[in-house]
Ligand binder design. Structure first.
Ligand code: HAM
Length: 421
């Protein structure tokens, strides 16, 4: 019986994996330039960590976590996101000292039992970054400018940055109450989920995609109108900083997030080319979370980007990051005997080189070389062997030259390094 993969979980095949590698290497470079260092956190944690950080009343914790009991009866969950684990690790290792700023990034698979659809998987990859120890609005702008630069370097077109402020523990309760009162009035028009959310997590109602709920909440009070003076000043400062840095943004007062830990600045980077699952990256401030999880009071902000969504947006022409290889085409047994040692010497010189081990015809080897985008093909048949040469074909110009077998490695190393290979 054939075994299939689990629903909502996908393989990243070799033809596509360059996208993942490209996104990882470009983002790693940018994040390190911005002063972030990498942290690797576990794939599973105690369930309580996620319940206490993401929030008991969120969809993620209520119904999307892969939770299981280990043999001691402990409840564990596969991580649905990275922020909670990073905060837990920083607290466990006492890395959050007063008056110091820590910048960390991470990447890896996350797990959510959502309904699979295009751009939404049950195992998906994120790259995330978190800054601990400051609520300076310039840092909010720095995170957003870093994302902006990353998307520019990746060559991703058609994205919009939306920002909002969700206030703090001083001003949010009053907003929550006002919104709840509004939603109770509109209850008849809301879906069953939103009626429940009106009581448990009213802000989430603003994020419901059903047309009836959207329509019913058109006139909902705006969170921005209820910000306290400090939160308002903070949000103004973030917007001003973005303006000075030339990072384009839109304010969306209905932008709420699916995780409860956020305070003040929240944001999403949306693409116009992804359909329903259009958020490529998202995040915000979470000034209360570290303390809530037992650490010292530490303001923080971060984001995570969805690798699958970003990979779909990468322009195909981006795939030029790898050096074009050399292909050695042996014809006949005697040539096949000579090629492996040549390959070894070429590779020791840092040259990407491949061959055929199946004794295929020249035509079929040329086709293979073409498919792998070879810059040159070195043909070694009986005639070449007896003349002590390799026939070197430039795949772009189609020009062919005879290169003595003796000096082949040196000559090809020079030729290919001259072309940036
Ligand atoms: P999030 O909005 O839940 O935030 O996820 C961030 C990004 O991960 C989304 O914008 C999306 O691109 C991707 N993503 C989420 N769920 C899926 C899925 N089922 N399939 C494919 N891609 C998905 C967080 O996870 C926060 N931890 C971000 C953060 C970091 N906030 C502060 N620091």
């Amino acid at each position: 019986m054939k075994i299939s993969s689990v629903r909502g979980v996908k393989d990243i095949l070799p033809e596509e994996v360059w996208k993942w590698q490209f996104i990882e290497s470009v983002s790693q470079r940018i994040m390190e330039d911005y002063g972030f260092t990498e942290i690797r956190i576990p794939v599973f944690e105690y369930t309580e960590l996620f319940a206490r950080s993401i929030g008991q009343e969120t969809d993620i914790v209520e119904k999307e976590m892969y939770t299981f009991q280990d043999s001691k009866g402990e409840s564990l969950s596969l991580r649905p996101e990275g922020t909670a684990g990073v905060v837990r690790a920083c607290i466990s290792h006492r890395r959050l000292q007063p008056d110091s700023v820590s910048k960390l990034y991470y990447s890896g698979p996350m797990f959510r039992h959502e309904r699979p659809q295009k751009g939404r998987y049950r195992q998906f990859y994120q790259i995330g970054a978190e800054v601990f120890g400051t609520d300076n609005p310039w840092v909010d702008a720095e995170i957003l400018s870093m994302l902006h630069l990353l998307f520019q370097r990746l060559g991703i077109p058609g994205t919009t940055l939306q920002i909002n402020s969700l206030g703090c523990t001083d001003c949010r309760p009053a907003y929550r109450k006002a919104l709840q009162e509004f939603l109770v009035q509109e209850e008849a028009a809301l879906c069953t989920d939103c009626r429940r959310r009106t009581q448990t997590n009213p802000l989430r109602v603003l994020d419901c995609k059903r047309p009836d709920c959207k329509e019913a909440t058109q006139g909902a009070p705006s969170v921005l109108a209820s910000l306290c003076r400090d939160c308002m000043a903070h949000f103004e400062a973030v917007k001003e900083a973005l303006g000075l840095m030339g990072v384009p943004y839109e304010v969306n007062a209905r932008l709420v997030r699916g995780l409860d830990y956020y305070t003040r600045t929240t944001f999403e980077l949306l693409s116009d080319q992804l359909g329903a699952q259009n958020a490529v990256a998202a995040g915000g401030r979470y000034d209360g979370l570290v303390e809530q999880l037992g650490g010292p009071p530490t303001p923080a902000i971060g984001f995570a980007l969805g690798m699958e969504r970003l990979a779909t947006l990468l322009p195909e022409e981006t795939n030029h990051s790898r050096a074009k290889p050399l292909y050695l085409a042996p014809l006949g047994e005697a040539a096949m005997e000579r090629v492996p040692v040549l390959l070894h010497k070429l590779r020791a010189r840092g040259i990407a080189v491949q061959t055929d081990y199946l004794g295929k015809s020249l035509k079929s080897q040329m086709r293979q070389a073409d498919r792998m985008g070879a810059a040159y093909v070195g043909i070694l048949g009986e005639d070449e062997l007896s003349d002590g040469v390799i026939l070197l074909r430039n795949m772009e110009t189609k020009a062919q030259t005879k290169v003595p077998l003796e000096g082949f490695v040196d000559q090809i190393a020079e030729t290919m390094s001259g072309e940036g290979a």
